[in-house]
Design a protein around this ligand. Structure first.
Ligand code: PLP
Length: 450
């Protein structure tokens, strides 16, 4: 099908996720192929993948080893259900995931997306306490500004404003404790923000631990909330409080897992052992939709018994544990091991920090935040007062459109420009992407609204 026809059909029949279609009409993009960290559209234009195709892609597009693993699996079988019957690559992947995750985690429950892995975590924690005879423990605690996916359960434990404005009547209530960010705290002091957040958490736990099933937090970095990083020691303290008050610690590694923060999982920064851990995105290197919820033997054991006891975990979808996805994930993890990807990413992250330090000096940059390959650049009207641009000007969005013209793709989060390239990006590619971001931000911030 030629490019014109593809374009016409996309305008007529497509409805893209999380996209205002008027925006898409004005700035359409249709990807046809990719290689390494480069994506190519139907007109032959090339773009550096500055957001890893939504934070997924790790080793680049069309990695021969992953392609080959999928082809080999195709020759055996594409899919059979995981309901009541395991399959070969899902078993092999479970072993691998347990090997690389915190030592206390022993069980793998598969799903198809990050949001679903969180839905599962919530349902699992809820039912865990029911199965143990603690019927009152039904509530969840979260951190303000958190994001855990866009399904109804996941938005109920998230606090991104748009969901609460649009879907509130569908959602269940959760407790939200302030995230310890120096930039939001009136004192501007990170230590005070941390102490106050922990004190609020402790008070809440003390008063309501009999009702609280679990604490759900993103691991070290609030991604979709704008790349806000937890201060050192904070996550470890949350772990301690959860243990002290008998509350399950649910850590969401959907965005941070698989090397993204310079460790295989971000919990390793604080040596934290969650009761439940969710993973997705980078698990298949950005190839196929596999996610997983990992948990301890203690949690698993609460679901084990005769069917009539109603302890079974009631969750599972048609494509859960798909063989092609699991085969891709195994090949992906193999590359991690063979090429010491995490170690190299940690080294490259130091170089990214240098590039970002230059961007931090630009006239309309309020703050630059980074942990490993997870970076956010906050665009402001006034860098001294941190006054934002009026939201209707959509400066960060316009900057990303300009970056597209200059040959790099990314997506903004409100006023924050995301920079999350594949971990295999070369030093030269990182430099080029930083150059594009710099140019676009210099040009766009002062130009009139389009
Ligand atoms: N949890 C976190 C921390 C995320 O960042 C995301 C997506 O960005 C999700 C969950 C949802 O993942 P998915 O888009 O695969 O449903």
């Amino acid at each position: 099908m030629d490019a014109t026809r593809l374009y016409e059909i996309s305008q007529k029949h497509m409805w893209l996720p999380f996209t205002q279609m008027k925006d898409y009409e004005e700035a359409p993009l249709i990807i046809e192929s990719g290689e390494g960290i480069v994506l190519r559209d139907i007109y032959g234009n090339e773009y550096l993948d500055g957001y890893s195709s939504l934070w997924l892609n790790v080793h680049g597009h069309r990695r021969p080893e992953i392609n080959q693993a999928i082809k080999e699996q195709l020759e055996k079988i594409a899919h059979s259900t995981l309901l009541g019957a395991a399959n070969v690559p899902s078993i092999q992947l479970a072993e691998k995931l347990i090997e690389i995750s915190p030592d206390n985690l022993t069980r793998v429950f598969y799903s198809d997306s990050g949001a679903e892995s969180v839905e599962i975590a919530i349902k699992m924690a809820y039912q865990y306490w029911q199965n143990k005879g603690k019927e009152k423990k039904t509530k969840f605690v979260t951190l303000a500004n958190g994001y855990h996916g866009d399904t109804v359960g996941a938005i109920s434990v998230g606090s991104i404003d748009i969901y609460h404005r649009v879907y509130s009547a569908l959602m269940f209530d959760s407790f939200a404790v302030p995230f310890p960010s120096a930039s939001w705290h009136p004192s501007g002091d990170g230590q005070t923000a941390k102490e106050e957040s922990l004190a609020a958490m402790q008070t809440l736990f003390k008063e309501s631990h009999n009702e609280i099933a679990g604490l759900v937090v993103e691991s070290m970095v609030q991604g979709a909330g704008g790349m806000h990083i937890m201060p050192p020691g904070y996550l470890k303290e949350l772990e301690r409080l959860c243990r002290a008050f008998n509350i399950l610690l649910i850590v969401d590694e959907v965005a941070t897992g698989f090397g993204r923060t310079g460790k295989m999982f971000a919990v390793e920064h604080e040596d934290v052992a969650p009761d439940i851990m969710t993973v997705a995105k980078g698990i298949t290197g950005g190839y196929l939709p596999i996610a997983a919820t990992l948990t301890t033997e203690e949690v698993y054991a609460a679901f084990y018994g005769d069917y009539a006891e109603m302890k079974t975990f009631f969750h599972g979808h048609s494509y859960t544990g798909n063989q092609l996805g699991c085969a891709a994930a195994l090949a992906n993890l193999d590359i991690f091991e063979k090429e010491e990807v995490v170690k190299q990413a940690a080294e490259k992250a130091e170089y990214i920090a240098k590039l970002l330090a230059e961007i931090a000096e630009l006239p309309h940059v309020g703050e630059v935040r980074q942990l490993g390959f997870m970076c956010g650049i906050e665009v402001v009207k006034d860098r001294t007062t941190k006054e934002p641009f009026p939201s209707e000007e959509r400066v960060a969005y316009r900057a990303t459109l300009r970056m597209r013209e200059l040959g790099m793709l990314t997506r903004p989060l409100g006023d924050v420009i995301v920079f999350m390239p594949p971990l295999v990006s070369s030093y030269e590619q990182l430099t080029r992407m930083a150059g594009i971001m710099k140019q676009a931000m210099l040009e766009i911030a002062d130009s009139p609204v389009v």
